[in-house]
Design a protein around this ligand. Sequence first.
Ligand code: SF4
Ligand code: SF4
Length: 178
Amino acid sequence: MEEIIKGLANKAFKAKKENTAYFKRLKKRAPKNIDYIVQDLHDKEFEKTDCLTCANCCKTTSPMFFHKDIERAAKFLRIKEQKFMDTYLERDEDDCYVLKSAPCTFLDENDNTCMIYEARPKACAEYPHTNRKKFTQLTDLTMKNAEICPAASNIIDALKLAVPMNNESTSEKFRKYR
Ligand code: SF4
Ligand code: SF4
């Protein structure tokens, strides 16, 4: 896994032009069941990808903490919300609450578990967002996440095979997903 993670940024950089063009075409010609297709690819990917062998998202990026996230995490840790914010969070350039440090303070680097798993932010629970609705509105985010998330990177690769975007008629190709 370590080698795969190391190569992700380079892989994303090399594929950026092709993927940008692919998603541009996909936005124009996406089959009606595109969310179903991507969710299926997401489920298949996470059947084989064990996040506990990776945790690269927790090591390199911060989730955004909204009020509900702060409330839940503070309650879980049995501390006041203000104390939680003062201790762990800062505001980023968009004025959103993010973690002060990376890797995440709540990551146990011995086994890659999350110490506040049951109360983790929604952004962590949903990461890398490849099973959310309206996937075609999330393609820039998915390309960005593919720079650090091997699963997101694999899902893009699988999507390009499952829904090729070229000049051929697409109807035949999508039949198996209907
Ligand atoms: S969501 Fe992606 S980056 Fe995060 S631990 Fe799982 S595979 Fe790794
Ligand atoms: S709160 Fe938990 S899941 Fe979220 S980044 Fe930190 S360790 Fe990872």
